[in-house]
Design a protein around this ligand. Structure first.
Ligand SMILES: C[S@@+](CC[C@H](N)C(=O)[O-])C[C@H]1O[C@@H](n2cnc3c(N)ncnc32)[C@H](O)[C@@H]1O
Length: 241
């Protein structure tokens, strides 16, 4: 596995303690109701896998089931639909200390090269404020996409188009943002809402242009830590197909 030293430097300064109700509140801003997204699937499906991609301290595992149960009651759904839902927290740098149960799992894995044959498919994946910190953004996106169940969906927050760039000549300075529709043969699988990306599974694969390099966004290190609105974040460059 490749180490990412500049990421390791910035990690102590990032928030890693969001819980599930914060995820729910924030996703509402993009028109996504995370509880309904899971419960609707659990009505029709024996097992529904929620993947917290870049889970940090994994606090979402602590309130996900009470939150889902509350919502199931409001919707007058049988509360045992919640038993069909399983939480998978994935992170490379943190191993949460919270309780593991049959419904809560934590897995150490590098999200940039996500290949976990031993794990079940993703029904709903949320990558909350993780994408900007990945240097190999398309490799990550591709790994998650291939792990999606048919009909599954991944929500990627803080997706900044200008951090995903293509170069056609030699010079990084002349690179342009990659149009998302160029990455997916089926144009309906990807949808942008504000700075959030929604990716659904389709039979047509995602295309992966060749990785060239990555660059850190401007980060100023002061005595008190990093400064800069995108401190520690990364831009990934790919060769135009
Ligand atoms: C800003 S934190 C967000 C954590 C959590 N989603 C939250 O909102 O509280 C970004 C998380 O991404 C994880 N991360 C960054 N790069 C990763 C990688 N290549 N593989 C796995 N996890 C990674 C970090 O360890 C960190 O926990």
């Amino acid at each position: 596995m490749q180490a990412d030293k500049s990421l390791e430097q910035i990690l102590p300064y990032l928030r890693k303690d969001r819980n599930f109700s914060e995820y729910v509140t924030d996703c509402k801003r993009y028109g996504i109701d995370l509880c309904d997204e899971l419960l609707d699937r659990a009505r029709d499906q024996e097992q529904v896998n929620f993947f917290d991609l870049g889970c940090g301290f994994g606090l979402a595992s602590q309130d996900i089931f009470p939150e889902l149960t509350k919502r199931a009651k409001i919707r007058k759904l049988p509360t045992d639909v919640v038993d069909r839902i399983t939480y998978y927290g994935i992170d490379k740098y943190y191993t949460p200390e919270g309780e593991r149960t049959a419904q809560v799992h934590f897995v150490t894995s590098d999200l940039r090269f996500f290949q976990q044959e031993s794990l079940p498919p993703i029904d709903v994946g949320l990558s909350y404020f993780v994408f900007p910190y990945l240097d190999r953004k398309l490799e990550a996106l591709s790994g998650w996409y291939h792990h999606l169940r048919d009909g599954g969906r991944i929500i990627i927050t803080n997706f900044y188009q200008d951090q995903l760039r293509q170069i056609s000549g030699k010079f990084l300075a002349s690179s342009k943002p990659i149009p998302l529709c160029a990455l997916f043969i089926d144009k309906n699988v990807v949808e942008e809402r504000k700075d959030t990306l929604l990716v659904s599974k389709s039979e047509n694969p995602m295309q992966n242009p060749e990785f060239v390099t990555s660059r850190d966004e401007t980060t100023l290190w002061t005595g008190k830590g990093p400064k800069g609105s995108r401190a520690g974040q990364k831009i990934s460059f790919y060769r135009a197909a």
